[in-house]
Design a protein around this ligand. Structure first.
Ligand SMILES: [Zn+2]
Length: 501
């Protein structure tokens, strides 16, 4: 697939060389993908977005979304054309004020040809007017737009943006956001960050949200519906805003009893990960029939099903841990997913210890001992699981087990220094599994290549000698199931893919 795209890109470049004057010969099309081998068509090349301004109107009854996106970007090469990732119907595109030609292509590409070629390293403003019914649009046979009885929700990983705004859809290109959405009076629009204003006129209410720190496209969220909204302030002074669909039925109490713990849990996480990195906090529970939760920046999405059997603070811990591991420091490529999920799962283990329901060591011992060597679980390599296994349970459980092995190898002092130092070192940027290994080696002064290879990269269960070396499952008897185990397991579809079901 990647090769086909490269070949057609080269062909297009050759044709352009024939068609344009010699003075512009250095200009070429931006690549239709940012270069992620897991998802070759995701993101785009040739520019970097710094800000998205989304001014939208949404009608819950018909699921019709319309509006204007204004993107502030900077070119990273001389460009004859460039792509955005988007699925809705576009009526007009302007580049630096002038009308631009555009065509839809591929599964989710919007190809834009500016009136005049763009020079490398110059600012560019792109305005896209669009409309459509997000639930009617699919790419690769699925949709990340969730319809609810009273509205709709954009929350999905690794892709969610295509259904509601045009973007450079890859975590490598983070930007700030202003999201302003008009909905019928009596309905609310929830997004990331702080609510700057809300005002009503002629039957419509406009909600204007601001996310003022760099944010990956898949971490941008929109939820329209009828919500009960609660507000508060954490002990450390961060404003909290939570939203609960009014029609959660008998899950309402459990959802609220969990998500209202957000401020307390975020403050607890700062002991391990350092200061909370954003100026807003919260969570929302819309009435979807999905099962997963997602770390949408500052305001995670929770499916009601997470609270089907009572309150669940473990899933809140998981999604809030991502605010540091995943949101503040994002994957360099989707193969680095362990940087997100191994740590969010390990935070759940630390919470279990905090709650007196089993220590991280006990849970690690249990994961190791309860899965025999011939369990296919061990064939998944958390350090590079492949796109088909990106959200496999092994990325979570074996991923957190690897962290316990690391902790035992370098000791608590170095381990917790690494845990807290990493988010600061790569704040608002991206990093890879290899970057993490180098950082842990630097802090601990120990070579760790063999340990990382054993616990993250071998497609087999680490043998008894490796486990002994890492102080995992030292006793020959299978340990008892930790008391927190079932609750943690209940969060296992945190990133379940709708289209994979
Ligand atoms: Zn997660």
């Amino acid at each position: 697939m990647h090769r086909r795209i490269t070949a057609s890109g080269a062909l297009a470049a050759a044709l352009l060389l024939l068609a344009i004057p010699a003075s512009a010969a250095s200009h070429s099309p931006g690549a239709p993908g940012i270069g992620d081998p897991y998802y070759p068509a995701y993101g785009n090349g040739g520019y970097d977005v710094s800000h998205y301004d989304l001014r939208l109107k949404y009608q819950p009854a018909t699921d019709r979304l319309e509006g204007t996106a204004t993107l502030l970007a900077r070119t990273t090469q001389d460009l004859t054309r460039f792509n955005l990732d988007f699925l809705l119907n576009v009526s007009e595109v302007r580049v630096n004020g002038a009308q631009a030609a555009f065509t839809a292509s591929g599964e989710h590409e919007l190809s834009i040809i500016p009136k005049s070629p763009l020079a490398k390293d110059t600012p560019v403003t792109v305005v896209v007017r669009y409309s459509g019914v997000p639930s009617a649009k699919q790419a690769y046979g699925f949709t990340s737009w969730l319809r609810t009885p009273d509205g709709g929700v954009a929350a999905g990983q690794p892709e969610a943006a295509w259904w509601w705004f045009p973007s450079n859809d890859h975590p490598l290109d983070k930007a700030t956001y202003d999201v302003s959405v008009q909905v019928p009076d009596g309905t609310q629009a929830i997004s990331n960050g702080t609510l700057q204003s809300s005002s009503s006129r002629a039957g419509w209410t406009r909600y204007s949200w601001r996310s003022n720190k760099p944010q990956a496209t898949y971490l941008a969220t929109l939820a329209v519906g009828k919500f009960d909204v609660t507000t508060g302030t954490t002990e450390s002074g961060i404003p909290v805003l939570n939203a609960y669909s009014k029609d959660l039925g008998d899950r309402y109490g459990a959802a609220r009893a969990s998500v209202e713990r957000t401020g307390e849990i975020a403050d607890w996480l700062t002991e391990y990960f350092g200061p909370y990195p954003y100026n807003a906090l919260g969570g929302y529970v819309p009435n979807t029939d999905t099962g997963y939760a997602l770390e949408t920046q500052t305001r995670p999405f929770y499916s009601p099903r997470q609270f089907a059997n009572g309150s669940n603070t473990s899933v809140v811990v998981h999604e809030l841990a991502h605010q540091w591991y995943g949101d503040l420091v994002s994957v360099a490529g989707w193969k680095d997913i362990w940087i997100n999920e191994g740590f969010a799962r390990y935070a759940q283990w630390l919470w279990s210890e905090h709650e007196g329901e089993g220590t991280a060591q006990e849970i690690a011992d249990y994961v190791y001992a309860s899965r025999p060597a011939d369990d296919p679980f061990w064939t998944v390599r958390p350090g590079d699981p492949g796109p088909e296994n990106q959200f496999h349970l092994a990325v979570y459980d074996r991923g957190a087990l690897a962290l316990q092995a690391l902790r035992n190898e370098i000791g608590d002092d170095a381990f917790f220094t690494v845990l807290k130092g990493w988010p600061a070192k790569y704040a608002h940027g991206n990093a890879s599994v290899a970057d993490f290994r180098r950082y842990a080696e630097q802090v601990s002064g120990k070579p760790l290549a063999a340990l990382f290879d054993t616990w993250l990269f071998e497609p087999s269960k680490p043998g008894a000698p490796a486990a002994r070396d890492a102080s995992i499952a030292k006793t020959p008897v299978t340990p008892e199931q930790p008391r927190s185990w079932k609750k943690i397991a209940a969060t296992n579809d945190v990133h379940e893919h709708e289209h994979a079901e």
